[in-house]
Design a protein around this ligand. Structure first.
Ligand SMILES: N=c1c2ncn([C@@H]3O[C@H](COP(=O)(O)OP(=O)(O)OP(=O)(O)O)[C@@H](O)[C@H]3O)c2ncn1[C@@H]1O[C@H](COP(=O)(O)O)[C@@H](O)[C@H]1O
Length: 108
């Protein structure tokens, strides 16, 4: 069953696989090829997600979005940025940066 815990589990799996044998682990293979390769893959997956969204193929979009999130998690792991830090940033923004919130503020 998927839930926010899915991302926490994926983060733990990625951390555990980083140092594995690159021949048996995609996460290890990506990390062995370096940050540049990980960043390149993330960019490719972002583009593929955009294309899937614009072609309106829902199933493809779900698959590409999963690839995108997975590669983002690999990048965050490689940079030692915990997912919790990203989620905390989203929590911080909640209710503080919406359009309605901005519109209700007095102009400078
Ligand atoms: N979620 C994923 C996941 N999503 C996509 N992929 C892999 O991402 C790759 C993307 O395919 P591409 O053709 O774009 O990439 P490529 O041909 O391998 O590489 P290049 O051609 O770019 O050099 C495929 O090999 C997919 O298997 C993933 N590989 C692993 N995971 C998760 O990571 C866990 C650990 O995986 P391993 O490190 O392989 O043990 C797994 O249990 C999964 O939970």
């Amino acid at each position: 069953m998927s839930s926010p815990d899915s991302l926490a589990r994926l983060e733990a799996t990625i951390a555990a696989r980083r140092g594995a044998d690159p021949d048996s682990s995609y996460v290890a293979k990506l990390n062995a090829r370096g940050l540049g390769k990980i960043a390149q893959k993330l960019g490719e997956e972002a583009t593929e997600t955009v294309i899937a969204a614009l072609t309106q193929d829902r199933k493809e979009l779900v698959g590409e979005a999963a690839d995108l999130i997975f590669h983002l998690m690999v990048l965050l792991g490689a940079k030692d940025v915990p997912l919790a830090e990203v989620l905390a940033e989203l929590d911080r923004r909640e209710g503080t940066s919406g359009i309605a919130e901005k519109a209700s503020r007095p102009r400078d």
